[in-house]
Design a protein around this ligand. Sequence first.
Ligand code: C5P
Length: 219
Amino acid sequence: EPATVLADVTVTITAGPTREALDPVRFISNHSSGKMGYALAQAALFLGAKVNLISGPVAIAPPSGAEVFAVESAIQMRDTALKLASESDIFIGCAAVADYRVAQVAEQKIKKQGDEMNITMVKNPDIIAEVAALTKHRPYTVGFAAETQNVDQYAQGKLKNKNLDMICANDVSRQGLGFNADNNALTLFWPDESLELPVADKQALAMSVLMEIIKRLDY
Ligand code: C5P
């Protein structure tokens, strides 16, 4: 019997890294595997939701039933996210979005030059902050924060500054957890409470995260 707790609920999830092109053959990116975002998509589908998965380039297969929007750059991810956000009930930003992009993407392959080279970069839009700033049809907005120190303090700062409803913080300095790993441990924060989810596989954590969202959703 399929679960229906999220029937008629649309969940949009960003996942994976973004790629910021330097020229036609090179890019700047990060080690995000997409595993946590894909696990959230899987859990939301299991609970009966309609799932939009906006994904940067990853090596894993999307859960069947998700509508996948494959993107590369932060700008593409932002454009897709803003199109889908206002028709979503829940928006979860799990992507590791590059903070900066190259100011001028070269049209031709950059040639080898002297012993040093400099690249000027400009700040990318904050996708989840733009979603959380929607005034019409704003979804319940959930962020992630990967930190290596002062985890709670930084996470609570992001919850407030980005105007999120909830943030899931993980300490990526802990061995075998976070980026690329199969396991993770999260601390969830809301404006006036918090909850520790101890080490578990990302599938189990994804289900716990969704359950905490569901409790706070006004249908
Ligand atoms: O500020 P920081 O990058 O640590 O915030 C992490 C959260 O913000 C994640 O939910 C991430 O997906 C989101 N984010 C975003 N757009 C950016 C940077 C981060 O949506 N440009």
